[in-house]
Design a protein around this ligand. Structure first.
Ligand code: ADP
Ligand code: MG
Length: 239
């Protein structure tokens, strides 16, 4: 479903060219829940932005559903992103003066008015992320956990091929983080939602099928729930 080949991203910082991604190879299966971990500055967010079509690589290929993102022009990429991808930002990025319902509906306005069918779907999503009764509450009046729920519902409103999330629990306390991870797990299990989540929290990563460890722009290690040393690995990490 997602295939990344020799992916490179350079940034020019002043006169200096820094290679942030140094040739990433990665394949993610349909329905897989993958966590990406690694030190700050190792290139995790850069990779996620590239997968989301929000940035373009310096070199290499990104295929999602056999479509090469890197071969699309900006317009094609934007259309693909709106139709096929869902993105959850760390700081939610809700429109603070809009209501819960309006925020979730926002990506749909691209194709014109809200139909009855779409309104129904938005209500179903509101229910499914546990925000019943808050349809008309303004985003800036919500708690952090509630805002993150809205962000997740908004990312899912297009029924995306893949849900990408950058540190979705980074700003939340443990109890709220657990609730949000529970939501990810629910969509992963019920709808076989493919999820790629960047996190620095091993507790959060423990919800995934596979953990990909980044180090300095390369993949350092991949550990899968199926591996015999998975539990030991997690325990070591937490110690
Ligand atoms: P992580 O998410 O793993 O903490 P990032 O992918 O955000 O790391 O950043 C990796 C490196 O790339 C950092 O050194 C950062 O300063 C640099 N970087 C990221 N985006 C840009 C950009 N748009 N312009 C210049 N440098 C960038
Ligand atoms: Mg980051």
């Amino acid at each position: 479903m997602i295939k990344v080949n020799n992916l490179k991203r350079d940034f020019l910082q002043g006169q200096q060219r820094t290679q942030v991604l140094k040739g990433i190879d990665l394949a993610i299966e349909e329905g897989e829940f993958v966590a990406i971990m690694g030190p700050s500055g190792s290139g995790k967010s850069t990779l996620l932005q590239l997968l989301a079509g929000l940035d373009v690589p310096t070199d290499g290929d990104i295929q999602i559903n056999n479509k090469f993102l890197n071969k699309m022009n900006e317009k094609e990429r934007t259309i693909f992103r709106r139709k096929k991808l869902g993105f959850v930002f760390q700081n939610y990025q809700l429109l603070s003066t809009l209501t819960v319902e309006e925020n979730i509906a926002f990506p749909l306005h691209a194709d014109g008015k809200l139909t009855n069918e779409k309104s129904k779907m938005i209500n179903a999503l509101i229910h499914s992320v546990g925000l019943e009764g808050l349809n008309h509450k303004r985003a800036n009046l919500l708690s952090g956990g509630q805002q993150q729920r809205v962000a997740i519902a908004r990312a899912l409103v297009n029924n995306p091929t893949v849900l990408l999330a950058d540190e979705p629990t980074g700003n939340l306390d443990r109890a709220m983080a657990e609730e949000i991870l529970g939501l990810f797990l629910k969509f992963h299990r019920q709808n076989k939602q493919t999820i790629v989540m960047v996190t620095h929290d091993i507790f959060a990563a423990g919800f995934a099928d596979r953990i990909i460890l980044f180090r300095d722009g390369v993949i350092d290690k991949v550990i899968s729930r199926k591996d015999s040393d998975y539990a030991k690995y997690l325990a070591n990490f937490m110690a």
